[in-house]
Design a protein around this ligand. Sequence first.
Ligand SMILES: O=c1ccn([C@@H]2O[C@H](COP(=O)(O)OP(=O)(O)O[C@H]3O[C@H](CO)[C@@H](O)[C@H](O)[C@H]3O)[C@@H](O)[C@H]2O)c(=O)[nH]1
Ligand SMILES: [Mn+2]
Length: 732
Amino acid sequence: MGTILHTYNQIPCTLFNRLFALIYTCAIFTLIYHHFLTLHHSTTFISVITTTALLIADIVLACIWAANTSSRFHPIHRQVYPENLEKVIHRKDFPSIDIFICTADPYKEPPINVVNTALSLMAYDYPPEKLSVYVSDDGGSELTLFAFMEAAKFAKIWLPFCRENNIMDRCPEVYFTSDHHGTADLEIYEEIKTIYENMKIRVETVMERGQVCPNYITDESCRQVFNKYRTPGFTRLNHPAIIQVLIESSKEKDDKGEMMPNLVYVSREKNINSPHHFKAGALNSLLRVSSIMTNAPIVLNQDCDMYSNDPQTPKRVLCFTSDPMARPKLGYVQFPQRYQGLNKGDIYACEFLRLFQVTPIGMDGLQGPQYVGTGCFFLRRAFFGGPTLMVPPELEELRPDHVVKMHIATEPSIKLAHHVAGCNYENNTKWGFQLGFRYGSLVEDYFTGYKLQCEGWESIFCHPSRPAFLGDVPITLIDAISQTKRWAIGLVEVFFSKYIPVIFGTRNMGIIMGLCYAQNPLWTFWSIPIIIYSFIPQIALLNGLYIFPKVTDPWFLLYVFLFLGAYAQHCYDFILCGSTYKRWWNDQRIWLIRGLSTYLFALVEYTMKHLGIATQGFNVTSKVQDDEQRKRYDQGLMEFGVHSPMFVPFTIASLINLFALVFGIIQTLNGKISLEKLFVQVFLASFGVLNSWPVFEAMVLRSDKGRMSVKTIVISFGWASALCIGSNFFRS
Ligand SMILES: O=c1ccn([C@@H]2O[C@H](COP(=O)(O)OP(=O)(O)O[C@H]3O[C@H](CO)[C@@H](O)[C@H](O)[C@H]3O)[C@@H](O)[C@H]2O)c(=O)[nH]1
Ligand SMILES: [Mn+2]
């Protein structure tokens, strides 16, 4: 199906998926029936407790399974043909694109990396005068501004260099550290590399000093700009808006005399007394500032650590946006988040294959994928009400159909831009609720996409084989689980709001889309079955209680089918996406770990937040990499290092599983009890132990700095022993 610009086809396994879903559903109901049967025949208090626990666990698992299965009903694969684009639309008629890059903290997000992202995007193979890059600096830092002033100079050399040599890696850092130089002349290559490296040194020197060195401030206007950051009381959370046009397309030419994209630095006004809504707030400021300056009909949103890996990307997007047949109510085109520098086995499962690839492919066959915060091209119009009913903004200049007549750096334009970047500007407006990116959840991306689709917008998943964007991943366990904890809190916020996907989503988009959107908010509830399955059967075993069917019992086969069915399907997803068995194995391991850390703590923190005990903001993920940690990460070692309460529950679980396994083996070897009776429990314990290998390794076998801290070990050991002993008392 399709046109000369794009085609799509249904993924062949769809029929099988549907059939399998049917059989699996029957199996789930049978299992639930079995639990009720057991409950009915229970004679002891303990047996009632364990059966109820298993029943709860299995009901939660069944709900999550139902949500996850929804994205298997209509998966499609798309193909785009950007080479045909100019047969349909003339290059001079290409729409303009406003590109938003968000950064929030120069010490967690080194400005030189942000600059690299910006340069890779400015160098798109697209008419430069139609591109505008807006950088949002939520860190309110002169260090970031300085880096961008340097970038503006370097861009004049870099853009023509990329264009003339048809370079694929347009992120300078990537290009200069790789072996592929394209057709570039060696002498010119060396020259540009030196210029880049000098820029990098200047930016890094300034970073080390924490301030722009006086000798780098060359003229009076430059001094005036930096003085804005040096007024008394200026902090990242309290400062006026600072907007600097660093490159004005209509005025500046690159070194080869060609036009350049606009480059604008924006640090919105902040005041400790007004909520700033984190990234969503930053993006809404950029939406307004860009409306006044360029008002491009297409808006690309990009995290600062996600550089462009393919200069053709905007043309791929045009293949959809310039064809009204693609999706009549197209609101955005989403590319998957892909990463560089993952270790071979992806030990923290940061690739999020399910989230970023499997589910979007499934949703693409329905109303379209969710928005994942970066790598997403929006139609600006989508931020102003549903496809049929426009919600007008309060100023004429902010309307998506407003035609910009002023040059971007004129006095009135700059003045208005400062006004709309003010921290009180949004008071008594519809921003964040009906206009722009939506407030109310720490995962503004998920929430915004969800609300847009509920309003009727459709979306497209574009997944070319060369990743369009590549980003960084956390390389320590604490960073990895803290990141997912923030997501989980944000998602559970949506779950417990009036926008709960299974009801609100279903009403607006139908049951299958509603279920697709329920997948992520259900994450936190994984913790319930995971806790139950990693403790109850094992503690029961230690106390000589056998709570599962014997191997010879026909019910045993039901368990085998349900377990293998779920695992095989998960594994199949990985293989289908071109991933490896090792990554699949690590993904299921980290899922268990998250169940006992991320998801559990998210649930606790969400509850505390609502009781008013503590509030968690948007904790920016660190993109700074320690060399030693990097080395251990590359070796595939899990990095514990620090103590964190989040490490405790899964360490306790590891120990309990080990105790149970040893006890179970001794029991069978003694011949006291036949293996067929305790097989399922011994199997669960060994599965737990196998999955806990990196934990045991970090506890006893390692001596590097990434090993588990003594504090974590002692606390966990204490708890594990207490649980074993305590349960014994409880029994007698
Ligand atoms: O107050 C803030 C906080 C963050 N950011 C920016 O938001 C982006 C994402 O932050 P990061 O710490 O890298 O979070 P991740 O967990 O890696 O990001 C994922 O999850 C976020 C939602 O929690 C989404 O916004 C992101 O797009 C998505 O990639 C970065 O560019 C930050 O600079 C801001 O601009 N202002
Ligand atoms: Mn990130």
